[in-house]
Design a binder for this molecule. Structure first.
Ligand SMILES: [Zn+2]
Length: 175
């Protein structure tokens, strides 16, 4: 096979793989703790490790998870699979912390504040090496620039270390 035809076959394989994507459900059983976000995933905006209580999440997923939708079908497939995946989770499965695939994480990350407010999350601070059930949530004052509203989310541990910091913006569209 010459270089050109090898390149063509590679390109076509790539196109074929993305034109009909299928969600590969996790084969690993979920343990009692799930790492939702943090440095282990290379998250730039999350300096703390946000751990989800998988047993409590199971209740949430059964009630809400089936209704989770997304414009992207892979995220939708991941969202639809979450209740089934969590079904066998128990507090006895605590020998490891479960990491999420990017689609499942994509679905669950949009609820991170909701999970915290429901008491499903504890955060490990890598600065003070402590777990925190309660964190300080600061939303810096909004700034308005024409159709753009900007602010900064800043979440701290009780010792003042940054667990999450992210600039946010909303562009208002006037018709
Ligand atoms: Zn700390």
């Amino acid at each position: 096979m010459n270089i050109l035809s090898r390149l063509k076959s590679l390109l076509f394989r790539k196109i074929g793989a993305t034109s009909n994507p299928k969600y590969a459900a996790p084969a690993l059983e979920c343990s009692s703790l799930i790492l939702l976000c943090g440095p282990s995933y290379g998250d730039q905006h999350y300096k703390g490790s946000f751990l989800l209580d998988a047993v409590a999440l199971k209740e949430w997923a059964i009630a809400v998870g089936r209704g989770v939708t997304s414009a992207q079908s892979l995220h939708y497939a991941a969202g639809a699979f979450i209740p089934q995946w969590l079904e066998k989770t128990s507090y006895q499965q605590d020998s490891y912390v479960t990491l999420l695939d990017k689609y499942t994480r994509g679905v669950l990350m949009s609820y991170v504040l909701d999970f915290y407010q429901k008491g499903l999350i504890r955060v490990y601070c890598h600065e003070c090496h402590e777990h925190h059930d309660s964190i300080v949530i600061n939303v810096n004052e909004e700034e308005h620039h024409g159709p753009l509203t900007e602010w900064t989310d800043e979440w701290l541990c009780c010792n003042g270390h940054v667990l999450h910091k992210e600039d946010q913006e909303i562009r208002w569209i006037y018709s």
